[in-house]
Design a protein around this ligand. Structure first.
Ligand code: ADP
Ligand code: ADP
Length: 225
């Protein structure tokens, strides 16, 4: 698992023609293997913070360190998963999962099959994305995220659009994989119950610009690796 350090992060965008601060002096130390849930009002800057951690854009000020190294771009060690599973429609489930393995420069059929089995999609390798339910598509996206064995999983409301039963299944799945694999997770969610069920730590942000207003550790027996 990977540790993440945010040091005095400031960021902003021109909104309505005026530069607007979106993240204001956020510092966080995330230890390897933590499962951190980020809560906060809509539009406060949570997704922006995830993009900075993912290396999709650089902060205006401050530093993001991953594994002690300054983040200067996206990397296969830090995988992002968004609310909408972006599977390529012209590729089968298996090809979608294998694609990310190919991009990472390792062709390994066994790892692809293992990732598909891990999320319970055995038997659906040759299915097309349009044949999958929302939950199954999200599982396929999870398999694709996990196939390269990332040390950090960055999740932006990954289960937000699923029905409550599928969401519960996926929450259990995610928890089990995290316990087994021991990667670090940073997850934005609007669901307080989800945060309390999964996370070892819940960080809450203010309205825009996002500042940390609370940072609470949670110690539950099933969190133990
Ligand atoms: P959250 O994830 O907490 O809902 P976001 O990080 O998506 O919030 O957005 C924070 C604020 O920054 C919002 O006001 C949003 O409109 C604005 N914003 C986000 N990304 C951009 C961008 N690339 N350009 C301009 N404004 C942006
Ligand atoms: P979320 O899914 O977290 O709610 P969105 O990606 O929908 O966040 O963006 C939230 C707000 O940020 C929206 O109002 C959107 O218009 C604005 N925004 C996001 N990305 C950009 C961008 N590249 N340029 C301008 N505005 C953006």
């Amino acid at each position: 698992p990977m540790d993440i350090q945010l040091r005095g992060i400031h960021h902003g965008y021109p909104i309505g023609g005026t530069f607007t601060p979106v993240i204001e002096d956020v510092s966080l130390d995330i230890a390897p293997g933590e499962f951190v849930a980020l809560l906060g009002p809509s539009g406060c800057g949570k997704s922006t913070l995830l993009r900075l951690v993912a290396g999709l854009e650089p902060p205006h000020a401050g530093q993001v360190l991953a594994g002690g190294v300054p983040v200067s771009g996206p990397g296969p060690d830090r995988i992002v998963m968004f609310q909408d599973p972006t599977l390529y429609p012209w590729r089968t489930v298996r090809a979608n999962v294998a694609l990310s393995r190919d991009i990472a420069g390792r062709r390994d059929d066994a790892a692809v099959d293992a990732a598909i089995a891990m999320v319970g999609l055995k038997g659906f390798e040759r299915a097309w994305p349009h044949q999958l339910s929302g939950g199954m598509a999200q599982r396929a996206a999870l398999a694709r995220a996990l196939v390269n064995e990332p040390r950090l999983l960055i999740l932006d409301e990954p289960l937000g659009k699923l029905d409550s039963l599928t969401r519960l299944t996926m929450q259990t799945e995610l928890l089990r994989l995290w316990q087994k694999r021991g990667f670090t997770v940073i997850m934005v969610t609007h669901d307080v119950e989800e945060a309390l069920l999964l996370a070892t730590r819940v960080v809450t942000f203010s309205t825009r610009p996002a500042r940390v207003i609370s940072d609470v550790s949670i110690d539950l027996p099933y969190h133990r690796h």
